[in-house]
Design a protein around this ligand. Structure first.
Ligand SMILES: Cc1ncc(C[n+]2csc(CCOP(=O)(O)OP(=O)(O)O)c2C)c(N)n1
Ligand SMILES: [Mg+2]
Length: 382
């Protein structure tokens, strides 16, 4: 018995029977009487038995699988000579790393700065953290920092495009860490089965903050995962701008023309720290970072190529950099002087009529500002 722990679906009572759960115990559970192990708190046929190392049956499709994995991990930690067994049946969104896409689509530096300062011209009305840009005009869903959530959104949007017979597709960007979420798998499967025009671009940079990809998955990268779901997939040198351009261009033609999803795995490396609060030299060798920075940097590679073609030069680069720097500083100075959105905007755009709990929160916030004005910006529009 020690050998196998079980986390089952509703079609495996035979396993319990085999382990010695009696017919009386089955009947007790179905009637939810006082001898039922679940004390009558589960629906009928949701048997469970500690004595038989058998997790209570889960009808919520799929939930038993991570439970079994977690239990197996615990067994490994305890160095127990056992394993778990589980049975189951068949059954332009982006992250914080793609402001370049918005820039390319015409979002202005002033719009970027307005969002970062959450001023009254910010499309999100100051309700998002900085760098969570979004723009209806540019067909760009608001950036999601909750890893992976944007992937099924893109599939849903692509399904809508398909139903409306639009000559368009959606594209979604995510990291290698994003593929460790359930959302990634649900999205790929849904896209494959419903044949929707979506391009999945996985930026495999080897790290999810301090977690290297070897601690995230043992598959050969991400490209095989697309293939496993029946999604055509290609692996590209993500540090080669032209290779990426060609792959995405071709993928778009195929996604729209054939109304099918495509996955692109862009192999790259996160040469910087994850964020300003991270020091990546604490968990990876400095010379590894240096090698990628010096030998593989995609911007330097592309610049060298256009210089070689005679389309760019060191002088042009230096002029361009100083001009952009001035424009960015100017946009920041303008944005920080613009007043914040009115307080009432905090409570709009979700419900037609705000429910009582939101009305209470609004009244309580206004009261707090009235009592402690020194803690709030003086130009707050009440
Ligand atoms: C659901 C969720 N879990 C954890 C986090 C914390 N977190 C922020 S970024 C990140 C790593 C993401 O790695 P990856 O998808 O590879 O993207 P990268 O930053 O490498 O581009 C994590 C775990 C989060 N934002 N959302
Ligand atoms: Mg990553």
């Amino acid at each position: 018995m020690e050998m196998f722990y079980g986390a089952m679906q509703y079609r495996e009572p035979g396993v319990l029977l085999w382990r010695g759960f009696t017919l009386q115990e089955f009947a007790n559970q179905c009637f939810g009487n006082k001898f039922d192990n679940g004390k009558g708190r589960q629906m009928p046929i949701h048997y469970g038995s500690t004595k038989h190392n058998y997790f209570t049956v889960a009808s919520t499709v799929g939930t038993q699988i991570p439970h079994a994995v977690g239990a197996a991990y615990a067994l490994k930690m305890e160095e127990r000579d056992a394993c778990t067994v589980t049975y189951f049946g068949d059954g332009g969104t982006s992250t914080y790393r793609e402001p370049g896409v918005l820039l390319w689509r015409g979002f202005t530096l002033q719009e970027f700065a307005n969002q970062c300062f959450g001023n009254k011209f910010d499309n999100g009305k100051g309700r998002q953290m900085p760098i969570h840009y979004g723009s209806t005009k540019h067909n760009y869903f608001t950036v999601a920092s909750t890893v992976g959530t944007q992937i099924p959104h893109a599939v849903g949007a692509a399904y809508a495009l398909k139903m409306e017979e639009r000559d368009a597709c959606t594209v979604t960007y995510f990291g290698d860490g994003g593929t460790s979420t359930g959302d990634f798998h649900a999205a790929l499967n849904f896209a494959a089965v419903m044949e929707v025009p979506v391009i999945f671009i996985c930026r495999n940079n080897g790290w999810a903050i301090s977690t290297p990809s070897a601690d995230q998955f043992r598959s050969d990268g991400i490209v095989v995962r697309g293939q496993a779901y029946g999604v055509r997939s290609i692996r590209v040198d993500g540090n080669d701008a032209l290779a990426m351009y060609n792959a995405v261009n071709e993928a778009r033609t195929m996604a729209i023309g054939e109304q099918k999803p495509i996955l692109i795995e862009a192999l790259t490396y996160r040469a910087g720290h994850h964020s300003t609060s991270d020091d990546s030299t604490k968990y990876r060798p400095g010379d590894e970072i240096e090698w990628w920075r010096m030998a593989q940097d995609p911007v330097t590679r592309f610049r060298k190529w256009i210089e070689m073609k005679g389309w760019w030069s060191a002088e042009a680069e230096s002029e361009f950099r100083s001009s952009v720097r001035k424009q960015v500083l100017n946009a920041i100075q303008v944005a920080e002087k613009v007043e914040k959105p009115p307080i009432k905007e905090l409570f709009t755009d979700v419900y037609d009529f705000p429910p009582p709990n939101l009305c209470e929160q609004e009244a309580s916030l206004r009261e707090a500002i009235r009592r402690h004005p020194q803690d709030y910006p003086p130009d707050f529009l009440m």
